[in-house]
Structures are given as structure tokens and as C-alpha cells.
Design a protein around this ligand. Sequence first.
Ligand code: ACO
Length: 330
Amino acid sequence: MALVGCGSAVPAISVSNQQLSERVDTSDEWIRTRTGIGARRICSADEPLTALASRAAQAALEHAGWAAEDLDLILMATSSPDDLFGTAPRVQGAIGARHAVAFDLTAACSGFLFALITAGQYLRSGAMRRALVIGADQLSRWVDWDDRTTCVLFGDGAAAVAVEACPDAQNGLLGFRMHSDGSRNGCLTLAQTDTHTDVLGGVSAQVGGFAPLRMNGQEVYKFAVREVPAVLKELLESTGTPASDLNWLLLHQANQRILDAVADRFAIPHERVLSNLASYGNTSAATIPLMLDEAVKDGRVQPGDLIASSGFGAGLSWGGALLRWAGPQR
Ligand code: ACO
């Protein structure tokens, strides 16, 4: 699988830490020093997730030099769909990718990496030739805006990466690892509420609806600084890659302290650690492709660059992938 294009879209509305401190008891100083976050984007009513994801998809297609009809697969990682039956088909319809099968994949902040790896298997098997992997989330609709321990962390965004089948010599997915631990699911949830309605005498049915996002921040922090270095170590050892060979560390953007701690474990200089937390906060499934797109478009990530990536979050779930960026093949 070769990574040949990327694109992203973020909502126009930006909310600073200072603005948030008018709503909850927090401060710019607390949020910046604990997380590195300075602002986050929030979707407006007239640009929900489908619109954002479609814009990101179009941008990735243009970057790759592909037409929408070229696509065989659209895999959309999201935990905040516009439609629980699937948002990917809406994106497929919006961009006119009429030959592509389109479906969602839910794995919270690990979602993009899991989707990229999944798409890689279809391409590698020869079943499909061209795919668009989208990471898109609108967690602003599920955050409790009165809970200062979570609402300051998250933002909305969408980004996509165009991937295609290629000869082994050009393979850009050099290794991967994926893990889940459902026994720790309660650390981070966006769960169905327990409301019922009477259908008939003696028969009641659950009423659909989800409670706001709840997180045990300290447990998730400890999990991340333990498991992310471990999965990256597994990945580097299994591919025989010294950390000094890496051009970039591209981690899920949850907290600058997590990025720094992981980099320090591998003695990776901080200037090789990609971070855009200050502008966007944690956009869940979107963070990794959003960061990649920014670094490709500003010229930091160059064709041939070796990237160690890791996603982690609710599930609990985590994974790593060793990637080589190819860029547009024109
Ligand atoms: N502003 C001011 N004070 C705050 C805020 C806030 N926004 N939030 C919490 N506090 C207070 C707490 O109430 C607590 O006060 P107390 O000591 O009087 O009780 C104090 O600050 C310290 O709180 P902690 O929770 O110990 O703060 P910590 O240093 O652990 O930082 C944070 C919290 C930033 C959430 C951190 O734990 C973290 O980043 N965890 C990881 C989150 C993460 O990575 N999520 C990724 C997965 S997301 C996904 O999958 C969808």
C-alpha cells in the first residue's frame, strides 16, 4: 500500500482557552501547561460531520490526482457519526465516488490507524486498488460543556489519506500492531443511556440516546504513556528499525505531555515530533491524518520519509504503524 495523497478540513469556528474560561472554571494557563492545547474548532449547524469529511475527501483526491470514480473503498473512522447506520455512504454520495463501497469503522482515537491498516489489507490482497481512509469526528456534540475535565480537550475535524495498491518495493505500510483491552472500557466512554419505554404490557424497549463523554483522565494518561512506547518498541523491533532512522513521530494528538514522554523514551528530538495540539486539540479519529496533511502541505514531511505513528484511546484501544510517505505519483 502506498500513501499518495492527503487532505483535511476543519470548521471555521475556533474557540480559545480564554473563551472557554467564560463557560467553565478553567484558564488558558491550566489548559496549556497540562495539555499543550490553545484552541479547538467546533462544527456549526450548517457544516456537520458529513460536510467536513466530504471536504477533506475532495482535498485528498485532488492532492493524489484522482477522480472520485477511481475509488474502490471509502473507510471512515468516526465515533460521532451523523447517522448510526453509517456516515461513509453519505460522503460517498456527496463526492460522487459511485464505484466505491463505503462504511464506517469505530475505534475512537485509534480509529484512523485501525482503518488505514484495514484498508491496507484489501489493497495488499489485490481485492481493491484505490482507497480513501478518512478520520473524522465531531465530539463537540457529545462533550459535556459543563465538565471542565473533558470539554477543554476535544475539538472537531476531518482528514483523509489516499492509498493505493503498489509493488512490494514501494510499500508504505512497513509494519503494524493493534491492541484492545475491553476490561478497561470504563475509563473512557460515550455510552448508551439507560432509558426505556413501554411498548406493550410487559414489554419495554430501550430508547436510543447516548450520555456525554466521560473520562478518567489520569487512568487514560497512565495507559497512554505505558502502552504507546510499548507498541512502538514492538513495531520497531519487529521491523528492525532503529528509532534514529525515523524522520517523524506522528502520534494521536491528545496531550503534549504524552507526545514528549513517548519521544523521550526513544530519544527522538522534539523537533521530529509532529504536534498541532495548540490549534486543534484532540479531534479523536482525525488527529493523525490532520497532522499529516499539515506537515505534508508545509513541506516538513517529504516523499520517502519514515514515520512511526500510534493511535490510542477509548476501548481501550491502541496501535502503531510504521509508514513511509510516498506523495502524489504524477
Ligand atoms: N481547568 C482547571 N482545573 C482543572 C481542569 C480544567 N480544565 N480540569 C481538571 N482540573 C483540576 C481537577 O479538578 C483537579 O483539581 P483538584 O486537585 O482540586 O481535584 C486538578 O485540576 C488536577 O486534575 P487531574 O485530573 O489530576 O489533572 P491531570 O494533570 O491528570 O490532567 C488531563 C488532566 C489533561 C485530562 C490528563 O489526565 C490527560 O491528558 N489524560 C489523558 C487524556 C487522553 O489522552 N485522552 C485520549 C483519548 S481520547 C479518545 O479516545 C476519545
